[in-house]
Structure formats: C-alpha cells, structure tokens
Design a protein around this ligand. Structure first.
Ligand SMILES: [Zn+2]
Length: 327
C-alpha cells in the first residue's frame, strides 16, 4: 500500500477532535474527547496527542505509518513558527509552540499548524461542498462569524496570518458595537448568537411575537428557535432572519467585489437552516449588487462536513504542506 495517510487534530474550546484520512480525503477513523482547557497548556497538548494516538489505533495503523500531522487551532497564530499567540478561548495561553510540542510527543512526525477556520475551509475545498471549485470563501455562523479563504489552490493566510476575519468587516460603522472593539461589524448583525440577541432586545422592547412565550417561560431565545418560529409564521422572527440575511448578503457582495470566489460556503449553527438561509442571502445579493456586475453571483452552499471539517481539513493541510515541501 503506497497511499499516504494523514492525521488531523482540531483543538476547540470544548472538544478536541482527531481523525485519520488518506490522501483522497477518505476518513478512516475519528475521535472526539473533551478539551478540559482549565487543566492548562501541558495537559491539553497531552490530550490532543492522546486523541491523535487513539485515532491512529482505531484506523489499525501504527504512528510510524502516518505521513504528517495537521493541527487546526483557534486564535491568532503563526503558521511559519507553529506558535499559538493568544487564542480567545484559552486566556492563560500565550506564545505556545504547539506544533513542536505535538510533534515531539508523536514520533517527531512532520507537523503543520493552521487557524481552525482556515482548515475548515480547506476541508470543504479539498473534499466537501467546494470540491473541484477554483476558489472558495467559508463563513462560520456561530457565536461570532469566522472565515476562511482558499485562493489559487492554497490557504490564504495573509501577511500577518490574520486574513479571513470576515465577521469583522465593518458594514454599518458607528452602529452596533462588536466584541472586537469596532462598531458595525458583520457578526454583530448576522452571527447566530447576535441574531438571538437582537430578537431578545426586540421582544423586551415590546414587539409582538410568539417568541415572547420563550422569554416568559424563563428560557433564552436561540437562533434555532427563531428559525422554528419563523417557519411557524411569526412575523418578527421572519423580519429578524431577513435582516440578518440582508447583512450577510452585503458581506458576500464585499467578498465578491474583493476576491470574486467561485463559491461561498456557510457553516455553523445558522447554516443548519439550509435553503432558508441560502435563498434569502441570494435574493438580497441580487437586489443590492451593482448593475455593473449583475448576474455575477458566487455559488452559495452549505458545508458538507459541518463540525467535522476541522480535523478533516487539518489532515488535508498536512497533505498540502507535505506536497509543497513545507514540512
Ligand atoms: Zn468586530
């Protein structure tokens, strides 16, 4: 057997996911364990390696049969040095040389480190919704809005490794504040968490809606509930959803104007709404975009891999780094 096998490890704030994939993106094994980030850097890195070893063993392989390892991790990081600088969900982490720490515990295998949103986008480009596409941009609609950009068959990291911060494109300056310190960021209007926040504000301000029952019952309004109430005919839910999709469309128009990707892929909580999301974004995109470019619209799609894109893309990033001779 000459096929090369890669190990991907995705570090999340709650879970560590690891998996083994061959060079054609066939997933051979997958493992998910808790991160337990409160245990500190060394313990978390050890758990990443445990998850990696478990994935290799479940694939009936020996670690020596792995060609290379890819790590997907949150926050600001340096791809070249393999150092995580300051991940937002790991407040006690600073300048952690995670790539070399993992490699040392796993047979000194060649290892690469990428941003988690970048590896998720790479998974969709390599083998998912964007397979065969020339170029792709992915938006993760969760607590915030993350982004990954694939251009010319490569992960576009930018000069400072900070490209793809799509959630912080400012689309309505001096309006809603964003957690990043700016105002009017896309994610302040269109992330799953912020849509829930906007709906809660509207109901508390006295707008009529079936969502009031949720608050009256002492529960929180979530993006999923907004979708359910919309489908059941609630007008406020429909208005809030449509507004969020309009801002998303504005973000997509900006992306199209700057990058002109073949495809834009959505993932995360809000993307579970499928066509309800795609049709609304497409409608606003066509209505708002300049007539100069009318008819030019990127393909809009929902991710194939969902929450598994991280480890699959990390394995793919290891293959990419190997093919490019980086590791
Ligand atoms: Zn922001």
């Amino acid at each position: 057997m000459s096929e090369r096998i890669f190990l991907g490890i995705d570090l999340g704030g709650t879970n560590i996911k690891a998996g083994v994939a061959d060079e054609n993106a066939n997933v051979i094994s997958k493992v998910s364990i808790k991160t337990h980030r409160q245990d500190g850097v060394d313990a978390v890195v050890q758990r990443m390696c445990e998850a990696g070893r478990e994935a290799v063993s479940q694939a009936n392989l020996d670690i020596s049969e792995i060609e290379a390892i890819g790590i997907g991790a949150p926050g600001t990081l340096n791809h070249k040095t393999g150092i995580i600088i300051a991940p937002p969900n790991f407040p006690d982490w600073q300048d952690v040389p995670i790539r070399d720490m993992v490699s040392k515990q796993l047979n000194n295998l060649p290892t690469t480190l990428e941003n988690d949103a970048n590896v998720a986008a790479w998974a969709e480009y390599w083998a998912g919704a964007g397979k065969g596409c020339d170029s792709l941009v992915m938006l993760t609609l969760g607590t915030g809005i993350g982004g990954g950009i694939i251009l010319n068959g490569r992960i576009h990291r930018g000069f400072h490794d900070t490209a793809g911060e799509i959630g912080h494109m400012m689309i309505k300056v001096d309006d809603r504040p964003c957690v990043c310190g700016q105002t009017g960021c896309l994610e302040a209007y269109s992330s799953a968490m912020n849509i829930a926040k906007i709906a809660t504000e509207a109901v508390k301000a006295g707008r009529e809606s079936s969502l009031k029952k949720v608050l009256d019952a002492g529960q929180e309004i979530t993006c999923k509930l907004i979708e359910e109430h919309l489908r059941a005919g609630d007008k406020l839910a429909a208005e809030i959803w449509d507004d969020a999709c309009r801002y998303l469309a504005i973000g997509c128009i900006d992306i199209a104007n700057v990058i002109d990707p073949e495809m834009i892929v959505f993932t995360g909580g809000m993307a579970k709404a499928g066509d309800l999301l795609l049709n609304a974004v497409r409608k606003h995109f066509q209505e708002i975009r300049s007539y100069v470019f009318s008819g030019i619209i990127p393909k809009l799609a929902i991710s194939k891999f969902g929450s598994e894109a991280g480890f699959i893309g990390a394995a793919g990033a290891a293959k990419l780094a190997r093919d490019l001779g980086e590791i």
